[in-house]
Ligand binder design. Structure first.
Ligand code: SF4
Length: 330
């Protein structure tokens, strides 16, 4: 991330944020004067969780991960929505941002993974932080891809990896599950544009949802194979149902092993360039010593009906534990 370039992009920001068109909601509020639209993001970024993540895709691990408040989708299966409401958030000042970067590097992080909520709705604050942080490498924009073309153009050259969601194959599912009928279509448009500019900076992520193979997983994977040849694909088959969902909801259950295997078989048949999971037992993970100055992180674990263990917030110690549990399960 080049700070001088971020300063240039800040000058262009009013064209898309003074009457906000950062995403298809097009609220029209003046984000540069602190007005707030659908996403709830303010003029400054609010952070509610940060730690070094050791269990993301190998291509972006270990990553200093920062969770910001504010999102423009209302996904029923979102895990972080609950957390963002329960955990206290604080204003992410330039000093705090720099400190987190330094601490992250000291703890072994090679990437800076910004997510939310949604980073794109926080662009006014993030560009300001980037402009004042000094250069750093390995910036990951971990996005739902529900942003405008103009917003993503402003990120061109600043971001090293766009980890973008291609979740929905059917507008009806997008509407029911995320509250935005055009979420799938918008995400595909952004993926195509980034692929056209910098294909090596794109990772297309697809979360396999229970009961959504024919409507979402199959069409999405086939679309990727046709339109983004060779792109890295992160196929997520570790779906953890949120506690807040009602029991009778399809998305309340874990993905069955058969559903996960069917999705993987299709990806292989289409010759998709699948990313690898991080090696949880890697030498580096084991060698790094805990940093007592960092705040504690609540790691959530769940056991699926078939005995598989799922974890959220895989800090170093959780990665080591998960590695041992996986070995025992095998
Ligand atoms: S980023 Fe937020 S304020 Fe701007 S258009 Fe989207 S939802 Fe509205």
């Amino acid at each position: 991330m080049n700070s001088a370039l971020a300063r240039q992009r800040l000058e262009l920001l009013p064209s898309v944020a003074s009457a906000c068109r950062l995403c298809p909601r097009e609220c029209g509020v003046n984000r540069l004067k602190g007005e707030i639209g659908f996403c709830g993001a303010g003029q400054e970024a609010e952070i509610f969780l940060e730690y070094v993540h050791w269990g993301e895709d190998a291509d972006i691990t270990p990553a200093q991960t920062m969770y910001l408040t504010g999102c423009n989708l209302s996904c029923v299966f979102c895990q972080t929505a609950e957390e963002s409401q329960c955990l206290p958030s604080v204003r992410l000042t330039p000093e705090m941002f720099k400190n987190i970067l330094v601490q992250g590097r000291r703890s072994g992080a090679e990437f800076v993974n910004i997510l939310g909520g949604e980073p794109t709705v926080n662009m006014p604050a993030l560009l300001e932080l980037f402009a004042r942080s000094g250069d750093f490498s390995g910036l990951v924009w971990n996005t739902n891809f529900y942003g405008s073309a103009r917003a993503f153009q402003l990120l061109d050259g600043l971001v090293d990896v766009f980890m973008g969601d291609l979740k929905f194959g059917d507008p009806a599912c997008a509407k029911t599950l995320s509250g935005a009928e055009d979420a799938g279509e918008t995400a595909r448009a952004r993926a195509l544009e980034i692929y056209g500019r910098t294909p090596d900076r794109l990772i297309a992520r697809h979360l396999v949802l229970p009961g959504h193979f024919d409507c979402c997983t199959r069409p999405t994977l086939e679309w990727i194979a046709r339109n983004l040849p060779g792109v890295r694909v992160s196929l997520k088959t570790v779906y953890l149902p949120p506690r807040s969902l009602p029991q009778d909801c399809e998305e309340k259950r874990f993905l069955s092993p058969e559903e996960a295997a069917t999705a993987r078989r299709l990806a292989e048949k289409l010759c998709l360039n699948l990313t690898r999971d991080a090696d949880l037992s890697s030498e580096q993970t084991c060698k790094e010593r805990p940093d007592s100055a960092r705040p504690p992180v609540l790691v959530e674990a769940a056991i699926a009906p078939d005995g598989r263990v799922y974890m959220r917030h895989i800090v170093r110690e959780a990665a080591q534990l998960l590695s041992r549990l996986e070995s025992a399960h095998e």
